[in-house]
Design a protein around this ligand. Sequence first.
Ligand code: SF4
Length: 694
Amino acid sequence: VIEIGQPEHSVVTTCAYCGVGCSFKAEMRGDELVRMVPYKDGKANRGHSCVKGRFAYGYASHKDRILNPMIRENINDPWREVSWEEALSYTANKFRSLQEQYGKDSIGGITSSRCTNEETFLVQKLIRAGFGNNNVDTCARVCHSPTGYGLKTTFGTSAGTQDFDSVEHTDVVILIGANPTDGHPVFASRLKKRLRAGAQLIVIDPRRIDLVRSPHIQAAAHLPLRPGSNVAVLTALAHVIVTESLFDEAFIREKCDWSEFEDWATFVADAKNSPEEIEKISGVPADEMRKAARIFATGGNGAIYYGLGVTEHSQGSTTVMAIANLAMATGNIGRPGVGVNPLRGQNNVQGSCDMGSFPHELPGYRHISDDGARDIFEKLWSVKLNDEPGLRIPNMLDAAVDGTFRGIYIQGEDILQSDPDTKHVAAGLAAMECVVVHDLFLNETANYAHVFLPGSTFLEKDGTFTNAERRINRVRKVMAPKNGYADWEVTQNLARAMGLNWNYTHPSQVMDEIAATTPSFAGVNYDLLEREGSIQWPCNEKAPLGTPVMHIDGFVRGKGKFVVTEYVATDEKTGPRFPLLLTTGRILSQYNVGAQTRRTQNSVWHEEDLLEIHPHDAEQRGIRDGDWIRLVSRSGETTLRTKITDRVSPGVVYTTFHHPGTQANVITTDFTDWATNCPEYKVTAVQVSSSNGP
Ligand code: SF4
């Protein structure tokens, strides 16, 4: 029983977990948070919430939080608490001396999708204007970077096309590589409501997720494909649509490049892409693929929703483009009820990408080589910007091992736990002379840090998050920062220590700078957000109150671009030693690596990660439900308990990755998406055998 006092006042703010971006009233008694109440006027959630947003805020006052800056010369030395002044001047001196010794490009930084837009904007500004290079990357590298590449290439902008309200107008939904009942629960409720009202559902997922069959919902089709065969299955659906003339010729002729469509249609119509041929690759019965394609093409308004089961593949960007092809071919873009909708994992993954956290892109997705775009920032910041793309996270680590990359500022990201090839990440971090971790807790990456800067929670700062529907939601300070400074102030103070003349007194001024430099944010300011509650970008002269549905009068890039998406098998192969394919996901009550959800008071949430295995595969190995097993891949091994279930197909096993002890990234491979380096977390060849436990 949790004793709750009576609140005295409340502050409306935004959940800091998933990309749905629910609004809450934080009810306070003095400086104490009494409870989080879902806000009925929140446009993303309309008074609904899930357990994480409502109850999992205890981490903000958890005893593990570090509240004072610390430094150490050597990672084997004990930490020494120091003043903010000492920590920041130590960092600035170290970074400057590394640049003098090894060159301008020897340092860089990583922004966080957990931080606000304003904080992210300032980190990339510090790196571009202060460090003098473009060595900035974000944790979106390991989740939705293929969304950025794929949707920009095909539609012209790196974002989902719809608002969440759109689902109420849909007639048929393809849900691929996403499990919203666990990952995006409030959106899942809206989707379920629409399905119960008669919309049809096609699930493309190796697992029989809850939505395939749940009370009053029965998917019209479930395509339980082999992990790694997304592109093949989507191409088979396209084959049916083209060969049976189910495509929307009028839409394509008006909105897309017709000759590119013809090239694509010739490609998908090839016999090698027929459902019968693709069945051999994917394991999905050809009839089911034919049925799904016909339902989607003829069922009315068709919408596609997807998650990390699409992006975290060696063909992640190709899969996103294959989805875009399917939507364009069926005319399902540019009105309510249709569209291509990435379900973003983290609260501000859309925003961190919008804010120029990529080494090749300025805020607003303009390439760093774009003279006009650079000129805007150069004039405002009084600097000359480097026009060469900088290093991505994996390249920073490679360069560290090679001795040319020597220092890094990491805000709100535990790369040792979240990034692929843990051994290589550790080697890269260990090779650097100055690793600065700016976070709430001493995370795994901090084992390699020389400076620790305490971070602030979403309750302790003002700013904005941008959710999966491009909605810019206000984050409002509920209590004073326990460490003395909000994260944006820490970045500003570091910039000042490095000699930059920054004088922001409130994040609203940072938003004004974003609006002044970034066309899709041109009309955004805190007064407007106060009046409207939230705004979906693009928000500018043409759309002063934002844009719920994009590409209505044509695509942002002009004509929609069909891209030939040839299926290429992953290099990760099964064989006698590693006969099963491991794929991964989340559960409702935990969040990513669990840094926050594991630090709540509610012990019910401390569930362990389990390995789901099909009864046939379990029986072959003499494994019973609940047994400890040894999970071995070419990269490493771990131990887990099993859950025997036919939710997974024979030959496929599945686990979550919320607990550090699971060490899922010790198991996964170092294969990455060809276009963006997003890791292929969703396909790992493994062997499973009995074990006595860890
Ligand atoms: Fe927070 Fe997402 Fe849950 Fe909403 S659905 S309360 S944004 S975790």
